[in-house]
Design a protein around this ligand. Structure first.
Ligand code: FAD
Length: 569
């Protein structure tokens, strides 16, 4: 044991990992190391530029994970983006700050995660947040809020970009969507998300730069002597104690640096925060997972949890775009979060009964596709919950982002709660080899139908006064290419040839009771281990209707308190 030693090792200095590192190192008596494959992007203009969304894609700070061929979605592979930097994916994301519908978080507790509900998570959303009250000018352009939902003293700047699209945009959208039954929602961050809204972003308005996890939780604290970030260092696997305990005990992490392979030791815990497309892979490489998979690569089974890497849930994104009749400057912040009732109108009960009658079959397909690793009864219970959320609770069913930018009026959308379930698993015992990522996009007819139905709804909205005055020709998909009454198969083809990942993968190390397919406990501890946790998007058991970072910051804040409590820090 000659390598460096810390109390806590956090693998991944990203969105979640830096929260844990910050909160644990508040206590001067503990030492914390963060192992991060990337480097500082503090001065990287592709990161800091508030209007630079997409500029970092494909650069050295994008992992650009490649999926397997998507057999239900036309066959081709997809790229799943993720940030490789101090700050992780928060350094390259779209900065939207929206949380979740309260019942979705309550469902975590309903499924056996004691202590996890909206009421108990809200204080942590607020703890992380430094809400910037919009200026009069921003307010006049749609920035609005209820202060009781927000925190004003946390590390994370949340607010609106300095320049929001012009003043008449919100009233125009409001009048239009009202006619489609979608009301205005002043502040979607109080647990009730449905409606047209101008949501805040993770942005530092004063400095006019992106607010990412590093700017919030790391850079202002980088001089703490008990907090060490080890960059350009790739974690390979957990190193275990040689013992006969019934629980596996981690003693450190094997890493690859520019000098070769080393071990960094942890006296208390190893916390995996490498993201939902990496933490489950690290578990498998460390011998925690499905024995059928581990044995293929001669990895000794430390803990048998067959659902590691299962339950992968992502969304799919398409665009419906128009020529504008005006030229818009400023940053658009408008989204429509529409419920199933609003999307389907009178047809909603037909859709609901179709979904209801399909779920048993869907559950069989998911279970078979996981070779039985996911139990049919477990996934069916999750589907029933999802059905209730969509059709009973009427949580948002789709997000439609409205993007009036210069001479174009674009929109991007994604159905929020697809039924498709995929997986991520190792393809080698060598940590530097890519994993097999298979989100199974459009595995089920309902998911493909939803993708088409929302596109049609958007088209209807753009044909409705007064929004219709702001647009000329539709250039994607284009009414000539794809008239309203085009056969469904043509709409399906358009979706499949143009969709992308919505970059919201969750669930690959779900927080659920073990007999329900969980990988981590409500304390976020990996079952069968004494001192390994996962804290990142992997643990969210179900997809959310909000964008993910707000909830990930809150979950990590709560996780930090759980850890501190256990060690009396
Ligand atoms: P990450 O933030 O990805 O952190 C993981 C860290 O671990 C990274 O720094 C990575 O480099 C490091 N790491 C991985 N493997 C290793 C290893 N083996 N060794 C050492 N280090 C390792 N969410 C929103 O809220 N709003 C948005 O507008 C939004 N838009 C998005 C747009 C894009 C293009 C993408 C990709 C995502 C978007 N999201 C958005 C989603 C959100 O940003 C992510 O879900 C979230 O940041 C993930 O946080 P995490 O803590 O799970 O992982």
């Amino acid at each position: 044991d000659s390598g460096p030693k810390y109390d806590f090792i956090i693998v991944g200095g990203g969105t979640s990992g830096l929260v844990i590192a910050n909160r644990l190192s508040e206590n001067k008596r503990v030492t914390v190391a963060v192992i991060e494959a990337g480097d500082s992007v503090f001065h990287n203009h592709n990161v800091t530029n508030v209007a630079g969304y997409g500029h970092a894609f494909g650069t050295h700070i994008d992992w650009a994970y490649e999926t397997e061929d998507q057999k239900y979605a036309g066959g081709s592979k997809q790229i799943m983006r993720a940030g490789k930097a101090i700050g992780g994916t928060s350094t390259i994301n779209g900065m939207s700050y929206t949380r979740a519908q309260s019942v979705q978080i309550d469902a975590w507790e309903l499924f056996g995660n004691k202590g996890w509900n909206w009421g108990s998570l809200l204080p942590y959303y607020q703890k992380s947040e430094k809400f910037e009250i919009p200026s009069q000018n921003q307010f006049s352009r749609g920035a609005d809020y209820y202060i009781t939902y927000h925190g004003e003293t946390g590390p994370l700047n949340v607010g609106w970009p300095i320049d929001i699209t012009n003043r008449s945009m919100l009233p125009t959208l409001d009048q239009t969507f009202n006619q489609l039954g979608v009301p205005y929602n002043r502040d979607a961050n109080g647990g009730s998300m449905v409606g047209l809204t101008s949501h805040p972003n993770t942005v530092n308005t004063k400095e006019n730069v992106r607010e990412d996890a590093a700017r919030a939780y790391y850079w202002p604290y980088q001089n703490r002597p008990n907090l060490k970030i080890i960059t350009n260092t790739f974690a390979n696997k957990i190193i275990w104690a040689n013992n006969s305990h019934s629980e596996a005990v981690a003693i450190g992490v094997e890493v690859t640096t520019s000098h070769g392979i080393e071990t960094i030791y942890a006296s208390k815990e190893v916390i995996l925060s490498a993201g939902s497309l990496k933490s489950p892979v690290l578990l498998e490489l460390s011998g925690i997972g499905n024995p059928d998979i581990l044995r293929k690569y001669d990895i000794p089974v430390k803990v048998n949890i067959s659902t590691v890497g299962e339950n992968l849930q992502d969304q799919t994104n398409n665009g419906v775009h128009y020529q504008g009749t005006e030229f818009w400057l400023g940053y658009p912040t408008f989204s429509v979060l529409a419920s199933a009732n609003q999307i389907y109108g009178n047809n909603v009960s037909n859709v609901a009964s179709y979904v209801n009658s399909s779920m048993v079959e869907y559950a069989k397909v998911v279970s078979n596709s996981s070779k039985g690793a996911v139990q049919e009864a477990n996934i069916l219970a999750a589907f029933k919950l999802q059905y209730d959320l969509i059709f009973e609770s009427q949580v948002p069913y789709a997000e439609i982002v409205l993007l009036p930018i210069e001479g174009m009026f674009m929109s991007e959308y994604w159905p929020l709660l697809p039924f498709s379930r995929g997986s991520i698993h190792i393809k080698s015992a060598n940590a530097s080899m890519p994993a097999s990522i298979n989100p199974n996009y459009f595995m089920f007819k309902q998911d493909l139908d939803a993708q088409v139905d929302v596109a049609r709804f958007i088209r209807k909205a753009f044909m409705t006064d007064p929004l219709s005055d702001l647009v000329g020709d539709e250039f994607a998909p284009g009414v000539d290419n794809l008239p309203d009454d085009a056969p469904t198969s043509e709409w399906d083809d358009w979706v499949k040839s143009n969709y992308r990942s919505n970059f919201h993968p969750v669930g690959t190390a779900s927080m659920l009771p073990r007999n329900r397919g969980g990988v981590v406990s409500p304390e976020l501890k990996v079952y069968g281990t004494r001192n390994v946790r996962v804290v990142d998007a992997s643990v969210l058991p179900f997809q959310l209707c909000g964008h993910l970072t707000s909830t990930l910051y809150a979950v990590a804040e709560k996780a930090a308190d759980i850890i501190k409590k256990q060690y009396r820090l």
